[in-house]
Design a binder for this molecule. Structure first.
Ligand code: ATP
Ligand code: MG
Length: 366
């Protein structure tokens, strides 16, 4: 049985990324970005800007998608991702991903795809009705290819991605069993040792699995996640004035009309944000007690939150301004990253074609 040994770099790989449907926000920061910045010394990191996936909901806005690609690259650099250590690349420039998507699509039953809860949530929260494209349903398969093309050890993501990662794990098992002769009884962590091409990847959740948005509950009563597409986000590029306006008008306890009314801190984004971002935990604990007792106003607590968020975001925004003014530098980072990413993804595709017995013509990408 063929052994698919680790590629060039000796460090284990990480693959994760973002869809360029807007700029990055605090949800991305605590859900995944923070982790990525911390892990970039220990791991060989690949960060994909999934521009093809942006077309699933924005096929009519190619100019916006292009701008978002640059915005996300600027956000990465501003948040502390170092292009000297990590590889930032654009999905559409990696042909192996598109080719693997086709092969993987044969391994996933259509009914299994339709049971994916993240897909159902997205259709509901983004009001896609029944007008979504075939490509929208294809994107979880595309995501399997995004990930497995890099045969990573770890995939840092937010909670909404777990359903997709489960599908990735199932597909890797199926491929390895079907084409690499791996025994179905093999424990997940042994698949590669047992001759499998694809590892059964591990998700790594961030400090916060799912940060809520500013806007309160959705049509079904639960607080919506902070999302680029739902217009309920504070961006890493927001200036202090924008942050102030967003926080001062954010959703809190709707039943509280004045500062002396007892308030609910549970399921209240104001307190979720304080608990997530305010380093002064003593203040937070005391203020929450006062809030529940009707002894502190929303305005005071919101002003405090503005201070906390500006202190976190403003250094990133300042760094970002430098890159924003220099799209040529951003494009250079993306080009170099894309070249590095293609080396890994092409090697995976070559090995996949051998396993599939469809290796007729070796190729090299220039
Ligand atoms: P879109 O609305 O276009 O789907 P998004 O804001 O959901 O955008 P994605 O590009 O889909 O962002 O997600 C990128 C990564 O960030 C994923 O790992 C996702 O789990 C994580 N993420 C996104 N939003 C949040 C959030 N509110 N809390 C925690 N993690 C998040
Ligand atoms: Mg999303």
């Amino acid at each position: 049985m063929a052994q698919y040994t680790e590629n060039s770099a000796s460090k284990p790989r990480i693959l994760t990324g973002d869809t360029p449907t807007g700029r990055l926000h605090l949800g991305h920061y605590v859900g995944s970005l923070e982790n990525r910045v911390q892990l970039q010394d220990q791991f060989d990191c690949y960060f994909i800007i999934a521009n093809v996936h942006a077309f699933t909901t924005r096929a009519q806005q190619p100019t916006d998608i292009r701008q978002s690609v640059l915005d996300i690259a600027a956000d990465y650099l501003a948040a502390g991702i170092d292009p000297g250590k990590s590889t930032i690349f654009v999905q559409s420039e990696i042909p192996a991903i598109a080719e693997l998507t086709f092969f993987f699509s044969m391994l996933v039953p259509f009914s299994r795809l339709m049971r994916n809860p993240t897909i159902k949530d997205e259709i509901r929260d983004k009001n896609l009705g029944d007008s979504y494209s075939f490509g929208f349903l294809l994107y979880p398969i595309g995501q399997i290819a995004d990930i497995l093309a890099f045969r990573p050890a770890l995939v840092p993501v937010g909670e909404d991605q777990l359903a997709h990662l489960e599908l990735t794990r199932e597909t890797a098992r199926r491929f390895d069993q079907m084409y690499c002769g791996v025994d179905p009884q093999t424990p997940d962590e042994q698949y590669v040792r047992a001759g499998g091409l694809f590892p059964i990847i591990e998700p790594r959740l961030g400090r916060v699995r799912r940060l809520v948005g500013l806007g309160g509950p959705g049509p079904h009563g639960q607080l919506l996640k902070m999302s680029k597409s739902l217009n309920n986000a504070i961006y890493l590029s927001d200036d202090p004035d924008t942050i102030r306006k967003k926080v001062m008008s954010m959703y809190t306890d709707p039943n509280r009309k004045k500062a002396t009314d007892p308030g609910t801190t549970e399921n209240n984004p104001l307190w979720i944000f304080h608990e997530t971002f305010n380093p002064d935990t003593v203040w937070v604990r005391e203020a929450m007690e006062k809030y529940r007792a009707g002894a502190i106003g929303d305005v005071e607590c919101k002003k405090k939150l503005v201070e906390v968020l500006v202190a976190l975001i403003d250094p990133m925004r300042q760094r970002r301004l430098i890159y924003e003014k220099d799209p040529a530098q951003l494009l250079a980072v993306l080009r170099e990253g894309t070249a590095r990413a293609n080396v890994v993804a092409e090697e995976t595709l070559r090995l996949a074609k051998i396993a599939l017995k469809q290796d007729y013509r070796p190729r090299t990408l220039l």
